[in-house]
Design a protein. Sequence first.
Length: 383
Amino acid sequence: MDNIVTYILVLSFVLVLSPYLSKLFKLPTAPIEIIIGSILAYVGLISVGESGNHYFDLIAEVGFLYLMFLAGLEISLKSLNKMPQEHLSGATKFLLILPNLALLVGYFILELNPIIIVALPLISVGLLATVSKEHGKSTQWVSIALLIGAWGEVFSITTLTILEFAVEVGFSMALILKLLLLLGFILIVLTLYYLFRLIFWWYPELKIVMMPPLDNKDQDLRLAMGIFFIMIAIMHLLHLDLAFGAFIAGLFISTFFHHKKELEDKMSSFGFGFLVPLFFIHVGASFDYNYFTESIGTAIKILTAMIMIRLLSSLSLVKIIGFKESILVALALSMPLTLLVAVATVGYHHEIITGHYYYAIILASLLEVIVSMIGIKYLTKKS
């Protein structure tokens, strides 16, 4: 059978069956799809990378970027500004405590590789979109997790940029120029935010023109997808992280076009019904089982350290939202899957870590998603 036909049939069956398997095993669909992806790769039905299918790799990459876009849609800068001061204070404390605990636990207690220590406090909002979809972004612990995640994503992208260029060019002028480029980009984005806010304040009818309430041409969807791909193109030209651009595109839509409530449902249904599951299947398929036995011990150590430092950091939120919801925030922020993969890839390609540590980080990133989502489901079910 033709390779492409095999992929289409296998992936179609997974897309259709994973919700039923989710109900059967009482697990979220994301870990189910990751596990299925790893099994399918192990038996040889699908594969990724050089030995895999280029189209599968490409659509999985688009799925990840779309997931970051959906994560941005979940967050509105206007709503963040209106959050209670104690929530902002708690989020700030969480973000300050986390890297210090990572250094303490990773370096002084577990004596981990420096690359792994850098990876421990990373935060990504990508998988928060799946949590938000299931539990609602208006839920208190979800909204705080999104707040911490939004700022954590910026800090994590900056950390990853520093790491990537530091190992390539060392601490030289090239690294400083790259950081200045990233800082300049963030400043331009902030400037554009205030500029658009001023424009829409003076001319509120522009929002209606761009996204009319009665729309039989799907103008809202076209505009949203246009902004999504334009931001990705800009990030590609600047050689900056594409996921960060996708996230900013989602933020822009949610902040200035929040009057189109049905747009988020359209975007979400398409993403979680098609693109995002393919990304999760691809993630599962990326793990090489030949390294499972030798890397599982280190992976569990990394997994334990990452969840532990987040649980300890979440104690800063106990007085604000309670103990149980603080744990939920910690678990929701314990899934920086793609950032871990990125850090592992940088370290491995530049021979800072061996294959053992590379696959240990990959395995830990997969296990984190599974453990965190199961933990969230269990705790919310007991409510």
